[in-house]
Design a protein around this ligand. Sequence first.
Ligand code: PLP
Length: 412
Amino acid sequence: MSEIKSTHLIHHPYQAPKEFESPQAPLFKASTVIFPNVKAMKDRRWQNKSAYTYGLHGTPSTFTLEEKLATLEGGKYCTLMPSGLSALAHVNLAFLISGDHVLVPDNAYSPNISLLKHLMSNYDITFTRYDPMSMADFKAKLSKRTRVVWLEAAGSVTMEFPDVLGLCEATQAHNAAYVHKDRRPSLIALDNTWGAGLAFDAFKLGVDMTVHALTKYPSGGGDVLMGSVVCKDHGIAQALCNAHMFLGTGVGPHDVDAILKGLQSMVLRYEAQDKAARILAQALMQEDAVAEVLHPALPHARGHAHWKAVCVTPQRPEGLAAGIFSVVFKSEYSVDQVEAFCDRLKLFKIGYSWGGPMSLVLPYDITSMREFAAEHLRNRQVVRFCIGLEDTQDLLDDLRQSLKALGSERLL
Ligand SMILES: Cc1ncc(COP(=O)(O)O)c(C=O)c1O
């Protein structure tokens, strides 16, 4: 090793000692990856992820996280993206070409619809919103040009749980009916953020890809953005890997480290937040000011039977659900009153996202977001609650004090 300080400070002989072990895997950071010789540099291929070439294409840390997520969701391949929305966008960008058509549920995470409407439309790609609770509507809108079918279970904000199996079967039957050498089949992509790979097994229901906003439960901290796409098919994985490479959408090593740590406690957090959310949802159902609570595990919920069919198992008779639900206020409560209700809450903070330690609340102008505005939502204020890890009684007390000021009489 050179004695010259500038050289010495850059080149280092350090190798982690073999006998060193700790609970957390080491974090690997790299843009440059060093090859032992030119032949290795020429031989290594980033496409199949069998070797390290450049930080953007993977490090031992990103490969470890990808492997864990693929296993969690029951798939085989995984690609990481800088956010959940970026992961949704990669699916659209990887598979759609000019002339293609996309089907998206009316209750989808709305930025995905905005992407289709405002950006993908520039490339002669069209989309249609379908009613996720109507198989007839879905089937009628599947066309020979439909290349990507989006699913979301449960749907954003209004929490309807669709018949995922039925929608996959309908798409597969449609593909089989229109087999033609030039036709590319419709691919099914599920936004799996709500289920997080825990509540139900998406690949067993027939989806081709799952998108996961790791920002939510896998992070669990409310402080990291990341997304992933998991699939089983090698060709699909290759197309996603190519899109990822062409767009240069790498993820930061410290964020990867945070998600790897978050995954270790995710099952416990998911179960605890589910339990607390159901207690709060049940309590709010009794409340005078409340017209309806939207949570797929509640017996009256739209799609409850579909939720039950996939999220309840003999080992888990109570089923699993994300710790998130919405409340529809009775029509006599104005926008101002409901917004004031949100403002008065002390533990529930006003903010986007979910799956973190802090409970969150957000009012929604739901009718402006939907094409199929269902009767129970019309002229009513909807508030979404994301349950954190605070004590459940403290959260109930917080709701009570704000409902009291609203003039609601039962007060939990
Ligand atoms: C269902 C769903 N999918 C995707 C996303 C996007 O995730 P991100 O915030 O990481 O872009 C969100 C974010 O709220 C979401 O709720």
